[in-house]
Design a binder for this molecule. Structure first.
Ligand code: SAM
Length: 216
């Protein structure tokens, strides 16, 4: 698969500012942080976490609030990692900033309690990319995955599903809203048990977090 860095330093700075730009984006950011905190607490308050892709480190305060004290932050974009470095909370959040592909994570097997993959899965139009990503996340995590993406079954998602689909592109492409049942089946096929899901704006918008347990 072709991997391209989609975020220059300037675009990474813009991405970081975007989540603080308006009341709408600030509220969504806040609710996403709450979903992550709840998922981590439901996962038994793990100590170590992989945040991949970490982007600019938006989720680190929520991870710290939930008790994570050893965080590896990884992303494929040097620009994102440069902005993220300025958002470091302390020496262990993150302990390591790693430039790596999500499809070939440069980390050993079972090295973290939980691997979080937020706002990435719904950029993958190809089933083989999604299964490759899940394989890698399962490989590095000892117990849980937390994944956020767009699903249908809500006002915005149902509207979007009625529009003609764009031609799928391999790798990281435009965001896609998927059928909830299809997404759940993919997680189970990959060998995960769905523990819970958390809707960011229940009934209204597409963002959903899943807490998954990795089979032993
Ligand atoms: C929409 S951002 C999400 C970042 C962060 N999780 C958040 O929610 O703020 C998507 C991220 O995926 C990263 N990315 C894209 N393709 C990647 C790949 N193949 N491997 C690792 N990271 C990748 C981008 O650099 C970007 O930081």
């Amino acid at each position: 698969m072709t991997e391209t860095d989609h975020y220059s330093l300037a675009r990474a700075q813009k991405y970081h500012a975007h989540h603080r730009a308006s009341l709408r984006t600030r509220l969504t950011d806040r609710r996403e942080q709450d979903c992550l905190t709840r998922a981590l607490i439901d996962a038994g308050s793990p100590e170590s976490m992989l945040d991949l892709p970490c982007g600019t480190g938006r989720f680190w305060p929520a991870a710290a609030r939930a008790g994570v004290c050893n965080l590896i932050a990884a992303d494929g974009s040097p620009g994102m990692l440069e902005v993220a470095a300025a958002n470091r909370l302390n020496a262990t959040i993150p302990r390591q900033l790693l430039e790596t592909s999500a499809f070939a994570i440069n980390l050993p097997d079972k090295c973290v309690d939980v691997a979080a993959c937020l706002r990435f899965y719904h950029h993958l139009a190809m089933a083989e990319d999604r299964s490759g990503l899940l394989r890698e996340l399962i490989r590095v995590s000892r117990q849980h995955l937390i994944i956020s993406l767009w699903v249908d079954g809500n006002y915005a998602g149902n509207r979007r599903m009625r529009k003609p689909a764009k031609p799928p592109v391999p790798g990281y492409g435009p965001r896609i809203c998927r059928h909830r049942g299809e997404v759940a089946a993919e997680f189970v096929d990959a060998g995960c048990r769905i523990i819970r899901h958390y809707d960011v704006w229940p009934g209204l918008y597409m963002w959903r977090f899943y807490l998954l347990e990795v089979a032993a």
